[in-house]
Design a protein around this ligand. Sequence first.
Ligand code: SAH
Ligand code: DHB
Ligand code: MG
Length: 225
Amino acid sequence: MSEKTWSEVDRYLETTLLAEDPVLKEVLKRSEEAGLPGIQVSPLQGQLLHLLARSIKAERVLEIGTLGGYSTICLARALPKDRGHLISLEIDPKHAEVARTSLARAGLGEYTEVWLGAALELLPRLMAERWGPVDLTFIDADKVNGAAYLDWAMRFSHKGSLIVIDNVVREGKVLEGENPDPAVLGTREVLSRLGAEGRVEATALQTVGSKGYDGFALALVKEDP
Ligand code: SAH
Ligand code: DHB
Ligand code: MG
C-alpha cells in the first residue's frame, strides 16, 4: 500500500462524506497564491477538529500556529456566533495577513483574532489579559516548543477542556530517540510530558492520507489546573 493509495482514499472519503466547501476551497487558493506552504490540516482532519469542537460545545478556542487560517476556520465555525471566541497565534506576518483575510471572507472575522508574534511571547500576554479559560487548544506551530505549548495549554484549560496536538508521528521518526532533528526531539518531549501529566487522559492516533504519514495526540483535561 502506497502514499498514492492513501491520497486516493482521502479523496474518496472527502467526496463521499464532506459537503462541497467553496469557502475553504478559496482559502486554499488564496494561501497557495500567496506562496504559503501547503501544510495545513487535510479537509478530513479539519472536519475532525470541527466535530471535536462542536461535540464539546466549545465557546473559546486557542490555536497555536495559524498559517493561512484553514484549521482556524474549521474550528471557528464550530463556535456559537453570539459568544464564541477564537484566538490564533502566528509568527509570520504574511501568514497572519492571509489568515485574517480568509477569516473575514469566511464571515468569521467578528469573533476570531490572529495575534502576530512568537507564541511563547504572546501566551503570557493573553494570560495577563485574563483571556480564557479555553475549551479547546490546537497546538500546531513549531515542534521545538511543543512541551512549552502544552504547559501553556494546561494553564488555559479547565476541567473538560480538550488539547489537540498535530504532527506527533512524523513518518515514524517519533520512534528515533537518537534523532538530532529538533522537531523529533520536541515531539518526543511533548508526548512524554503528556504521558506523565496526571491531570489529563491522553491518546494518539496515527494517520495516513494526503498529508502522508503522521498523527494527532488528544488529551482531555480531568481537573481544573
Ligand atoms: N494550523 C494550520 C497549520 C499551521 S503550520 C492549519 O492546519 O491550517 C505552522 C504555523 O506555525 C506556520 O504558519 C508558522 O509560521 C507558525 N509558527 C512557527 N513558529 C511559530 C512560533 N514560534 N509562534 C507562532 N507561530 C509559529
Ligand atoms: C509541517 C508543519 C505542520 O504543522 C504540518 O501539519 C505538516 C508539516 C512542516 O513544518 O513541515
Ligand atoms: Mg500541523
